[in-house]
Design a protein around this ligand. Structure first.
Ligand code: ATP
Ligand code: ZN
Length: 283
């Protein structure tokens, strides 16, 4: 049995649960307890506050965990990042009041900076030879400059709208973060096998995430033109249709290039283009 710690509620909860579900791990519904065994896979889920996840993995209370990289760096626990998971993206940045002209990092010398991430901030200040006063507060860090509790803040930014509504501007991006799967290298053989299977399933879900499956009808006379628009994609499938003058082309497309390629396919003569989501892709 492999024990995985995830956030019990909060910003990472929904996507952590969705990832487990897409990986085919079924948790019983109904009343939820702290520790929930899956119904169909040798895994149990431990629901914790995100702050406690790095330590729970380092101490062996959980075997692996899903948590923001920001928490891992802050807690300085001896755990490794086994896999980046691509959700919960944010950055940790220094921000100052909008109306101040920012001359560069030295501005922070002698200033008071409010944060919930004193560990990461003091590393950063130290690396850059800046002496500043770190003021630790939990929650609502962004209001500190407005009430003159601090000159600046060091906090999580994702869209930046919280900064704007508090009349702050981001001046230094210090760390990029996303949800990661963490673990140690001291698992038993049996647990390691379960973990390998879990990572394999996560990778299959992720590989499918930014891909689309498309099928289209193409006149035989335009087939070469259409295939020429699909470079770099491993040999598309070409199938005959009842009408011998036409064929059907199937392939997998990267979502990022989707609109560009669809328009070129239409121009090259493809018709009746159907686009489907891919649930999993085994690479
Ligand atoms: P807990 O009750 O578990 O301690 P929390 O309030 O500390 O929760 P959340 O606000 O739920 O934490 O955020 C969890 C993680 O989500 C953060 O540590 C970060 O990695 C990530 N995250 C992504 N975007 C944001 C954002 N805009 N604000 C805060 N966290 C974000
Ligand atoms: Zn927390």
């Amino acid at each position: 049995m492999l024990r995985i710690a995830i956030q019990s509620k909060g910003r990472l909860y929904d996507e952590s649960m969705a990832l487990l579900e897409e990986a085919g791990i079924k948790l019983p519904g109904g009343k939820r307890t702290l520790l929930v065994p899956a119904r169909n896979f040798p895994i149990e889920v431990l629901f914790l506050r995100d702050d406690d996840i790095p330590e729970s993995v380092a101490s062996g209370v959980a075997d692996v965990g899903i948590v923001g990289l920001n928490e891992v760096l802050e807690k300085r626990c001896p755990v490794g990042v086994l896999k980046k998971l691509g959700f919960g993206r944010c950055r940790l940045s220094l921000a100052i009041p909008q109306d101040i002209d920012y001359p560069g990092r030295d501005w922070f010398t002698g200033k008071k900076i409010a944060t919930s991430y004193p560990g990461i901030l003091s590393d950063y200040l130290h690396r850059n030879g800046i002496e500043a006063d770190i003021h630790v507060i939990t929650g609502s860090v962004e209001i500190a400059p407005g009430i003159r509790l601090a000159d600046a803040i060091f906090d999580i930014v994702s869209s930046g709208s919280t900064l704007v509504s508090n009349r702050l501007k981001e001046v230094e991006q210090v760390v990029e973060s996303e949800a990661v799967l963490i673990g140690t290298d001291s698992l038993s053989g049996e647990k390691q096998e379960i973990l390998d299977e879990l990572i394999f399933r996560f990778e299959s879900v992720q590989a499918a995430d930014d891909k689309k499956y498309i099928l289209m009808n193409v006149p035989q006379t335009k087939l070469d033109d259409v295939l020429a628009v699909l470079p770099g994609i491993k040999s598309p499938t070409v199938m005959p249709l009842a009408d011998p003058a036409w064929c059907s082309v199937h392939t997998v497309l990267d979502e990022k290039r989707f609109w560009e390629i669809i328009n070129r396919l239409k121009a090259a003569g493809a018709e009746g283009i159907v686009v489907l989501d891919i649930e999993k892709m085994i690479l």
